[in-house]
Write a protein that binds this ligand. Structure first.
Ligand SMILES: *Cc1c(COP(=O)(O)O)cnc(C)c1O
Ligand code: SF4
Length: 317
């Protein structure tokens, strides 16, 4: 079995086991929520980095289902209008020239703020690939999900081969959070797919806090960078996790020091059950302004929001 598959098996899915591992008090255990529809899913690497006996760290807040999820009002099941943008099963087409392929519902981890936690995933990408093939306005295909790196190398290779056969598809972009949990996923086989394709690959990692990063992850990214593939990141602004100047500064500086460019900072998408993560746009604007004063321009991502019906991501000025 491949090393990354072995790592995948070390994911915590039992609340009991994770609570024991984190040495939580009885009181804190009482705060954990059993969400059958979006259950606990925390890779060992992430659990290892969590502070013992605490529910308030940046990692605990992002990955542990807490009572907060059941208590609040507001938020939508589909906050960004994915439903309205469905071209066919597994294909979202919102913006000119770019289409987004929902390759799988599986992820390496379950992030409590996920705006697609209620998405009615369907199986298979055949119809979606067929539709992309017939639409020559699509120049770039974004592999998303779920997490596209949950797929096997074989399944990914098949998607790449199909896209490559379409002359109009020139760029394939991967949006993934997988490496934060399982950097072992960047296998020689995966790099081979990226290296051999005639399309330009662009790699976007989702990362919200510097504690999520480590040397193994940067090593994995280096393998991708060495192929001439731009490695960018995307971050969601999350209350209690990263809504502070120093936290964002440390994250973005750590990334640029390894040649990884922060692409987007996303205003939180108002998804039901995660509204406790929301910050105000004023707070976000102030953070961005403060960062621009003390960082290289390329280290400060573009602050955007996804507004249903708009023809692109909306800049938060
Ligand atoms: C965010 C998004 C894209 C990509 O937008 P960029 O601004 O090019 O990064 C494409 N399609 C969908 C459906 C998206 O949500
Ligand atoms: S990895 Fe991405 S798609 Fe999966 S749960 Fe986290 S935010 Fe959602």
């Amino acid at each position: 079995m491949e090393k990354w598959r072995r790592e995948q098996r070390r994911t915590f899915t039992s609340m009991e086991k994770l609570a024991d591992f984190l040495e939580l008090t009885e009181e804190d255990r009482g705060r954990l929520l059993d969400r059958k529809d979006f259950p606990l899913h925390v890779p060992y690497r992430i659990a290892m980095k969590m502070e013992k006996g605490s529910l308030v760290g940046a990692l605990a807040l992002q990955f542990l289902p807490l009572d907060l999820e059941g208590e609040e009002d507001g938020g939508a099941l589909d906050p960004v209008g994915d439903g309205a943008a469905m071209r066919c099963d597994s294909l979202l087409h919102k913006y000119e020239g770019r289409a987004l392929l929902l390759t799988t519902s599986a992820c390496a981890m379950h992030c409590r703020y996920c705006f697609r936690q209620n998405y009615p995933y369907t199986q298979g990408v055949e119809d979606a690939l067929h539709a992309i093939g017939k639409d020559s306005s699509i120049r770039e295909v974004i592999l998303s999900g779920g997490d596209p790196l949950s797929l096997s190398d074989k399944a990914l290779k098949d998607i790449f081969l199909s896209l490559e056969a379409m002359d109009h598809v020139e760029i394939v972009r991967i949006h993934t959070r997988f490496l934060v949990g399982i950097p072992e996923r960047v296998t020689r086989g995966l790099l081979d797919i990226f290296e051999k394709t005639s399309m330009q690959v662009v790699f976007v990692l989702h990362v919200n806090h510097v504690e999520e990063l480590d040397e193994d992850i940067f090593e994995a990214l280096k393998g991708i960078q060495l192929l001439g593939i731009p490695v960018l990141t995307q971050t969601v602004l999350l209350r209690g996790v990263n809504n502070s100047k120093s936290v964002l500064y440390n994250l973005f500086m750590r990334l640029v020091k390894r040649g990884v460019i922060p692409y987007y900072l996303h205003q939180f998408d108002q998804v039901k059950g995660a509204m406790h993560f929301e910050t105000s746009k004023d707070e976000g604007r102030n953070l961005i302004r403060a960062l621009r004063d003390c960082m290289p321009g390329y280290a400060v991502p573009t602050y955007v929001q996804e507004v249903e019906g708009e023809s692109s991501k909306t800049l938060v000025h």
